[in-house]
Design a protein around this ligand. Structure first.
Ligand SMILES: [Zn+2]
Length: 277
Protein backbone atom coordinates (compact mmCIF):
# COMPACT_ATOMS: atom_id res chain seq x y z
CA UNK A 1 0.00 0.00 0.00
CA UNK A 2 2.46 2.51 -1.23
CA UNK A 3 0.11 5.41 -1.11
CA UNK A 4 -1.06 4.99 2.40
CA UNK A 5 -0.88 8.31 4.14
CA UNK A 6 1.36 8.71 7.12
CA UNK A 7 0.03 7.84 10.52
CA UNK A 8 -2.21 10.36 12.13
CA UNK A 9 -1.33 13.53 10.24
CA UNK A 10 -3.37 12.84 7.13
CA UNK A 11 -5.46 15.82 7.91
CA UNK A 12 -3.44 18.98 7.88
CA UNK A 13 -6.20 20.64 9.76
CA UNK A 14 -6.35 21.40 13.41
CA UNK A 15 -4.58 18.65 15.04
CA UNK A 16 -3.99 18.99 18.71
CA UNK A 17 -3.31 15.54 19.90
CA UNK A 18 -0.76 15.98 22.58
CA UNK A 19 -0.69 12.37 23.50
CA UNK A 20 0.27 11.23 20.05
CA UNK A 21 3.45 9.31 19.71
CA UNK A 22 6.23 10.83 17.76
CA UNK A 23 6.98 8.93 14.62
CA UNK A 24 9.24 9.41 11.68
CA UNK A 25 8.52 9.15 8.02
CA UNK A 26 11.69 7.12 7.59
CA UNK A 27 11.84 3.76 5.99
CA UNK A 28 10.32 2.86 2.70
CA UNK A 29 6.81 2.79 3.99
CA UNK A 30 5.01 5.84 5.22
CA UNK A 31 4.40 4.24 8.54
CA UNK A 32 7.69 5.07 10.14
CA UNK A 33 8.68 3.34 13.30
CA UNK A 34 7.62 5.21 16.35
CA UNK A 35 10.43 6.66 18.30
CA UNK A 36 10.45 7.61 21.89
CA UNK A 37 7.50 9.73 22.68
CA UNK A 38 8.51 12.89 24.37
CA UNK A 39 8.23 13.04 28.05
CA UNK A 40 4.54 13.30 28.43
CA UNK A 41 4.89 10.95 31.27
CA UNK A 42 2.39 12.43 33.60
CA UNK A 43 -1.09 12.16 32.24
CA UNK A 44 -2.94 15.30 32.95
CA UNK A 45 -0.03 16.76 34.83
CA UNK A 46 -0.50 20.41 35.56
CA UNK A 47 1.77 22.89 33.92
CA UNK A 48 3.28 24.48 36.92
CA UNK A 49 2.75 21.84 39.48
CA UNK A 50 5.91 20.21 40.58
CA UNK A 51 5.60 16.53 41.00
CA UNK A 52 6.70 15.02 44.25
CA UNK A 53 10.39 14.41 43.65
CA UNK A 54 11.38 17.49 41.73
CA UNK A 55 10.10 20.86 42.80
CA UNK A 56 10.64 22.28 39.37
CA UNK A 57 8.32 24.95 38.01
CA UNK A 58 6.92 24.12 34.59
CA UNK A 59 8.20 20.59 35.07
CA UNK A 60 6.07 19.10 32.34
CA UNK A 61 6.95 21.63 29.66
CA UNK A 62 10.64 21.36 30.50
CA UNK A 63 10.48 17.58 30.34
CA UNK A 64 8.69 17.90 27.00
CA UNK A 65 11.54 20.04 25.66
CA UNK A 66 14.07 17.42 26.72
CA UNK A 67 11.97 14.67 25.16
CA UNK A 68 11.68 16.63 21.93
CA UNK A 69 15.40 17.22 21.49
CA UNK A 70 16.12 13.60 22.25
CA UNK A 71 13.62 12.57 19.59
CA UNK A 72 15.24 15.00 17.11
CA UNK A 73 18.70 13.63 17.87
CA UNK A 74 17.47 10.04 17.58
CA UNK A 75 15.92 10.94 14.26
CA UNK A 76 19.18 12.55 13.07
CA UNK A 77 17.46 15.85 12.56
CA UNK A 78 19.75 17.49 15.09
CA UNK A 79 23.41 16.95 15.81
CA UNK A 80 25.31 18.32 18.78
CA UNK A 81 23.69 21.55 19.89
CA UNK A 82 22.32 22.48 16.48
CA UNK A 83 18.70 23.48 16.43
CA UNK A 84 16.43 24.43 19.27
CA UNK A 85 12.89 23.84 20.44
CA UNK A 86 10.32 25.55 22.59
CA UNK A 87 6.82 25.07 23.88
CA UNK A 88 4.29 27.51 25.20
CA UNK A 89 3.20 27.07 28.77
CA UNK A 90 -0.36 27.40 29.89
CA UNK A 91 0.22 30.91 31.21
CA UNK A 92 1.86 32.36 28.12
CA UNK A 93 5.49 31.75 29.00
CA UNK A 94 7.86 29.73 26.83
CA UNK A 95 10.08 26.81 27.84
CA UNK A 96 13.08 26.76 25.51
CA UNK A 97 16.39 25.00 25.05
CA UNK A 98 19.44 26.75 26.47
CA UNK A 99 22.31 27.89 24.27
CA UNK A 100 25.28 25.66 23.53
CA UNK A 101 24.34 22.76 25.78
CA UNK A 102 24.82 19.36 24.19
CA UNK A 103 21.43 17.76 24.00
CA UNK A 104 22.75 14.51 25.35
CA UNK A 105 23.37 16.33 28.59
CA UNK A 106 20.17 18.36 28.66
CA UNK A 107 17.94 17.90 31.70
CA UNK A 108 14.61 19.54 32.52
CA UNK A 109 16.32 21.72 35.10
CA UNK A 110 18.56 23.23 32.41
CA UNK A 111 15.61 24.17 30.22
CA UNK A 112 14.79 27.82 30.71
CA UNK A 113 11.38 29.40 31.02
CA UNK A 114 10.99 32.90 29.62
CA UNK A 115 8.19 35.40 29.40
CA UNK A 116 6.78 36.37 26.03
CA UNK A 117 9.11 39.37 25.98
CA UNK A 118 12.14 37.18 26.59
CA UNK A 119 12.56 37.97 30.26
CA UNK A 120 13.95 34.98 32.11
CA UNK A 121 11.39 33.65 34.59
CA UNK A 122 13.27 30.56 35.63
CA UNK A 123 16.36 29.97 33.55
CA UNK A 124 19.72 28.76 34.85
CA UNK A 125 21.41 29.32 31.49
CA UNK A 126 21.37 31.69 28.60
CA UNK A 127 18.59 30.72 26.18
CA UNK A 128 19.13 29.64 22.62
CA UNK A 129 20.37 32.44 20.42
CA UNK A 130 17.15 31.98 18.45
CA UNK A 131 14.87 32.79 21.37
CA UNK A 132 13.82 35.92 19.50
CA UNK A 133 12.74 33.78 16.55
CA UNK A 134 10.67 31.51 18.78
CA UNK A 135 9.01 34.46 20.49
CA UNK A 136 8.34 36.19 17.18
CA UNK A 137 6.62 33.06 15.89
CA UNK A 138 4.44 32.82 18.99
CA UNK A 139 3.54 36.47 18.63
CA UNK A 140 2.44 35.99 15.03
CA UNK A 141 0.78 32.55 15.15
CA UNK A 142 -1.29 30.30 17.34
CA UNK A 143 1.46 27.69 17.46
CA UNK A 144 2.04 25.96 20.77
CA UNK A 145 5.45 24.60 19.89
CA UNK A 146 8.36 25.54 17.64
CA UNK A 147 11.11 23.25 16.39
CA UNK A 148 14.14 24.58 14.56
CA UNK A 149 16.65 22.23 12.99
CA UNK A 150 19.60 22.30 10.64
CA UNK A 151 18.57 18.99 9.13
CA UNK A 152 20.64 18.29 6.03
CA UNK A 153 18.07 17.93 3.26
CA UNK A 154 16.14 21.00 4.38
CA UNK A 155 19.32 23.01 4.63
CA UNK A 156 20.58 21.83 1.25
CA UNK A 157 17.30 22.59 -0.44
CA UNK A 158 17.24 26.04 1.15
CA UNK A 159 20.17 27.14 -1.01
CA UNK A 160 18.53 26.01 -4.24
CA UNK A 161 14.93 27.14 -4.33
CA UNK A 162 12.75 30.04 -3.16
CA UNK A 163 10.11 27.58 -1.99
CA UNK A 164 9.96 23.84 -1.42
CA UNK A 165 8.71 22.50 -4.73
CA UNK A 166 5.41 20.63 -4.49
CA UNK A 167 6.87 17.21 -5.18
CA UNK A 168 4.62 15.41 -2.73
CA UNK A 169 1.25 15.82 -1.10
CA UNK A 170 2.89 15.80 2.32
CA UNK A 171 3.31 19.52 1.78
CA UNK A 172 -0.33 19.63 2.80
CA UNK A 173 0.88 18.85 6.31
CA UNK A 174 2.35 22.33 6.38
CA UNK A 175 -0.57 24.18 4.84
CA UNK A 176 0.30 23.50 1.20
CA UNK A 177 3.50 25.44 0.75
CA UNK A 178 6.79 25.90 2.50
CA UNK A 179 8.61 29.12 1.62
CA UNK A 180 12.33 29.72 1.97
CA UNK A 181 13.25 32.79 3.97
CA UNK A 182 16.28 34.61 2.53
CA UNK A 183 19.49 34.29 4.49
CA UNK A 184 19.96 36.57 7.47
CA UNK A 185 22.39 36.21 10.37
CA UNK A 186 21.33 33.61 12.89
CA UNK A 187 20.01 34.88 16.18
CA UNK A 188 19.13 38.27 14.71
CA UNK A 189 15.87 40.21 14.55
CA UNK A 190 15.79 40.22 10.76
CA UNK A 191 15.73 36.43 10.62
CA UNK A 192 13.19 36.23 13.44
CA UNK A 193 10.81 38.63 11.71
CA UNK A 194 11.14 36.93 8.35
CA UNK A 195 10.56 33.45 9.77
CA UNK A 196 7.58 34.59 11.80
CA UNK A 197 6.10 36.21 8.71
CA UNK A 198 6.56 33.04 6.68
CA UNK A 199 5.03 30.91 9.42
CA UNK A 200 1.96 33.11 9.63
CA UNK A 201 0.80 31.34 6.48
CA UNK A 202 1.67 27.74 7.31
CA UNK A 203 3.42 25.49 9.76
CA UNK A 204 6.87 25.29 8.20
CA UNK A 205 9.50 27.35 6.43
CA UNK A 206 13.10 26.94 5.45
CA UNK A 207 15.76 29.45 6.40
CA UNK A 208 18.11 30.08 3.50
CA UNK A 209 21.64 28.71 4.06
CA UNK A 210 20.56 27.74 7.55
CA UNK A 211 17.83 25.16 8.24
CA UNK A 212 14.14 24.72 8.92
CA UNK A 213 11.47 25.90 11.33
CA UNK A 214 8.31 23.92 12.03
CA UNK A 215 5.41 24.71 14.31
CA UNK A 216 2.78 22.51 15.88
CA UNK A 217 -0.06 22.32 18.33
CA UNK A 218 2.30 20.36 20.56
CA UNK A 219 5.98 19.53 20.66
CA UNK A 220 5.19 16.00 19.58
CA UNK A 221 3.48 17.30 16.50
CA UNK A 222 6.21 19.81 15.68
CA UNK A 223 8.88 17.12 15.99
CA UNK A 224 6.84 14.82 13.81
CA UNK A 225 6.39 17.52 11.20
CA UNK A 226 10.12 18.25 11.24
CA UNK A 227 10.65 14.65 10.19
CA UNK A 228 8.13 14.88 7.38
CA UNK A 229 9.59 18.16 6.18
CA UNK A 230 13.05 16.65 6.05
CA UNK A 231 11.67 13.72 4.07
CA UNK A 232 9.92 16.00 1.57
CA UNK A 233 13.07 18.08 1.17
CA UNK A 234 15.08 14.94 0.56
CA UNK A 235 12.64 13.82 -2.11
CA UNK A 236 12.77 17.28 -3.71
CA UNK A 237 16.56 17.21 -3.80
CA UNK A 238 16.51 13.82 -5.48
CA UNK A 239 13.93 14.96 -8.00
CA UNK A 240 15.83 18.15 -8.79
CA UNK A 241 19.05 16.25 -9.31
CA UNK A 242 17.51 13.47 -11.38
CA UNK A 243 16.96 15.52 -14.51
CA UNK A 244 19.95 17.10 -16.24
CA UNK A 245 19.62 20.83 -16.35
CA UNK A 246 17.32 20.96 -13.37
CA UNK A 247 20.11 21.59 -10.93
CA UNK A 248 20.57 25.19 -10.03
CA UNK A 249 23.63 26.92 -8.74
CA UNK A 250 23.40 27.00 -4.96
CA UNK A 251 23.07 30.33 -3.28
CA UNK A 252 26.32 30.54 -1.32
CA UNK A 253 27.14 32.71 1.63
CA UNK A 254 29.11 35.80 0.71
CA UNK A 255 32.49 36.49 2.33
CA UNK A 256 30.87 39.28 4.35
CA UNK A 257 28.09 37.00 5.59
CA UNK A 258 30.60 34.34 6.57
CA UNK A 259 32.81 36.87 8.35
CA UNK A 260 29.81 38.07 10.32
CA UNK A 261 28.93 34.49 11.25
CA UNK A 262 32.49 33.75 12.35
CA UNK A 263 32.38 36.69 14.69
CA UNK A 264 28.96 35.77 15.99
CA UNK A 265 29.74 32.13 16.60
CA UNK A 266 32.96 32.88 18.47
CA UNK A 267 30.91 33.67 21.56
CA UNK A 268 28.90 30.48 21.37
CA UNK A 269 29.13 28.76 24.72
CA UNK A 270 26.83 28.08 27.65
CA UNK A 271 26.36 30.97 29.96
CA UNK A 272 24.19 32.60 32.56
CA UNK A 273 20.95 34.15 31.38
CA UNK A 274 22.10 37.74 31.83
CA UNK A 275 24.72 37.22 29.14
CA UNK A 276 21.94 36.87 26.63
CA UNK A 277 23.02 36.91 23.04
ZN1 LIG B 1 19.76 27.62 13.49
Amino acid sequence: MPDTPPPAPEGPGPDPDPGRRVSTPGGPGPAGAPIAASAHGRPGGGSRRASGAEALPYARERADVVGAVRALVADRLVVGTAGNVSVRTGDGAVAVTPSAVDYGALTPGLVGVHAADGTALDAPLRPTSELGLHLAVYARTSARAVVHTHSPAATALSVLVPEVPPVHYYLALFGGRVPVVPYAPYGGPELAAAAAGALAGGSACLLGNHGAVVTGASLDQAVERAGYLEWVCDVALRALSAVPGQARAPRLLTPAEMAEAVERISGYRPGPPQADG
